[in-house]
Design a protein around this ligand. Sequence first.
Ligand code: ADP
Ligand code: MG
Length: 354
Amino acid sequence: MPLLELEHISHAYGRHAVVADLSCALAQGAIGCLLGPSGCGKTTVLRAIAGFEHIQGGDIRINGTTVSSPAVHVPPERRRIGMVFQDYALFPHLTVADNIAFGLEKSAATARRSRVAELLETVGLAGAGGKYPHELSGGQQQRVALARALAPKPDLLLFDEPFSNLDVDLRERLSLEVRDILKQSGITAILVTHDQHEAFAVADEIGIMHEGRIQQWDTPYNLYHRPANRFVADFVGQGVFLQGDVLNAREVEIALGRLSGLIPTDCGAGCAACGKACRVAVLLRPDDIVHDDDAATQAEVVAKAFRGAEFLYTLKLPSGERVLSLVPSHHNHAIGEKIGIRLDVDHVVVFRNA
Ligand code: ADP
Ligand code: MG
């Protein structure tokens, strides 16, 4: 049985429908993520799970027990859920140790002290218990918030954009550390964020949210290589769509040559039946286009971005279409220059309607 199940939940603020028929499930110990653009309803879903919003349709179950439905509403304090917010929400007048102990009010003083010491150790802040929040960096404050949320041993931890206030380097480091801490504690967690690097660094499974629904719930690898629709393909990673003509149920032709892969079934079947080439959109990621001096196809460099180890080139094909290509940065070509390219596509992704 999954630890958390959302089944067809919906929520509106007045007449503004924000979450529409959203479903997902998370196994014990897994880290899930809701990833989507700002305003798509991520925080609303998190608040519904925590019990701060009353949902209007569907069911939220924790360990098989319904905690939210139009008829049932278990109050937040009885859900055994911890939360970590973007702004840390620490009590400024309490020490780090007292902040962490806040959720442990009812236990004996010695048990509390040892639990706080254990948590400080877990989040890498041993010895900082006597400090006040303002004496700590943003990253350290977020560790305290994590320790405080972990203190009462909740069944589920919810994170709302927890690293957004940190600078990029720290964000990446802390997100990996938080993943380690969660995995060590064996706790089940849901992160919501609009930042895919953060989502990829922390989560086992990610749901891409758009217009109040989950467009695809999958591993980071599959979201990138096997996006379920054009929104997911656009939102996750970089890439362009080229026009393609379906040749048969397994092959599609684009300006750079022929690709074999899974053609949408309705389209492939239609082509086999009518013999006409359907027009489709073929996704090409920057790693699908390889620079090769000996390649027959020449493409013009129209833009370049230095990435350290690589350049991200924007290239114009003879057809006029543009593609992106990641090229080792010792291949330093000028804008306007023509360079040889070839396809190296492992996962062919095709959508209807070019
Ligand atoms: P996200 O976290 O993905 O940015 P939110 O869940 O915060 O999205 O918000 C989704 C939509 O619901 C937005 O259009 C937002 O303006 C609206 N919204 C959020 N909270 C409220 C509220 N308390 N009352 C009315 N509208 C709200
Ligand atoms: Mg939000």
